[in-house]
Design a binder for this molecule. Structure first.
Ligand code: SF4
Length: 332
């Protein structure tokens, strides 16, 4: 892989939220590459920092949160060193985000057409109203919404249609990277399946790179090329989707896969991961997973393992593959 294959590179990113009881370390020295043209799934339990990471990629962390350190490379541009104005231009035009609940992202008193034309004209001020409307009509047609609905307000559309409008905003300027943050959570299973099919088609047609943030590992299996597993603000494992499902390395990733409901198993056979995610104001020392890990060793509570390649294309942060390689491969 050459550096040209990488669209977005996160290096040692640290994000904190200031709270009355202390600083919450939501993203802790995370490094991650997003390859051009891939769908990368970002999974983990609620509160693991995956949405914070997604927002940080857009430089959208708001007070009381802040990016403490790290580097965000998009193509050859380091985003943390950009002015607010330059970042505003890039956001929406080159990197776009689809949020969980379109009702909170779409302005309820603005018609669908105004959302799309405004997005186009803010970034391309020379585009006439007529041309912007024509582009909006083409886009919604392509996304399976009748162009007659352009003058509707968001509340007049179904949940699935609103989600399509959100995609049209992402596509209006042909963003290179689309970050979909729990984008299907508010959809029923049938609309969710349609949404996934649409994303697959659009990915080919618009040459999109997609970061799919979700707690739903089944969704990732359906759509992603690679998957990044986060735990308690840190990257636990990154692997190709087949590698992860056939040979997950990190004990947390192994537990996550075993906890996926399987129609062939009785309910009482379903694996339940012991314990609960830690409080990130007082995160555990060493490996943050150690209080829950079935393979914990003495060193795990003392030092954090490095996040490093453990087999070709597969990275994990676990002492099993560093100080104690002889134990590697003994599944939990
Ligand atoms: Fe478990 Fe230790 Fe690996 Fe952490 S470093 S996942 S505690 S074995």
């Amino acid at each position: 892989m050459t550096t040209n294959d990488i669209l977005y590179s996160v290096r040692e990113l640290v994000v904190e939220y200031h709270t009355r009881v202390g600083d919450l370390n939501a993203v802790d020295h995370v490094s991650l590459d997003i390859k051009r043209g891939e769908v990368l799934g970002l999974v983990g339990e609620s509160g693991c920092g995956k949405s914070t990471l997604g927002k940080a990629l857009m430089r959208m962390i708001q007070d009381p949160g802040r990016i403490v350190s790290g580097e965000l490379w998009f193509n050859d541009v380091e985003l943390l060193s950009l002015s607010n104005e330059k970042m505003r231009q890039l956001r929406g035009s080159r990197i776009s985000m689809i949020f969980q609940d379109p009702m909170t992202s779409l302005n309820p008193v603005q018609r669908v057409v105004d959302h799309i034309t405004e997005t186009i004209q803010v970034h391309e001020p020379k585009t006439s109203d007529k041309a912007a409307r024509a582009r909006a009509a083409e886009l919604v047609d392509r996304l399976g919404i009748n162009r007659n609905r352009l003058d509707d307000y968001p509340h007049q559309l179904s949940g699935g249609m609103r989600q399509r409008v959100m995609i049209s905003l992402a596509l209006a300027l042909r963003a290179d990277l689309v970050i979909a943050d729990e984008a299907t959570t508010s959809l029923d299973v049938i609309v969710e399946a349609q949404f996934l099919d649409l994303l697959k088609e659009l990915r080919e047609e618009f040459d999109l790179t997609i970061l799919l943030i979700t707690h739903n590992i089944g969704l990732v299996a359906e759509l992603a090329d690679r998957v990044a597993v986060m735990y308690a603000g840190r990257m636990a494992e990154v692997a190709e989707i087949r590698q992860l499902f056939s040979d997950a390395k990190h004990p947390y990733a192994q537990g996550l896969l075993k906890a996926v409901p399987n129609i062939r198993l009785d309910d009482d056979e379903l694996y339940k991961m012991p314990g609960s995610p830690p409080n990130l104001i007082t995160a555990p020392t060493g490996c943050r997973f150690h209080p829950r890990c079935p393979q914990v060793m003495e060193i795990c509570a003392q030092q954090a393992p490095k996040f490093q390649e453990v087999s070709p294309g597969q990275l994990a942060s676990c002492w099993l593959y560093q100080e104690h390689p002889e134990k590697a491969g003994q599944a939990a």
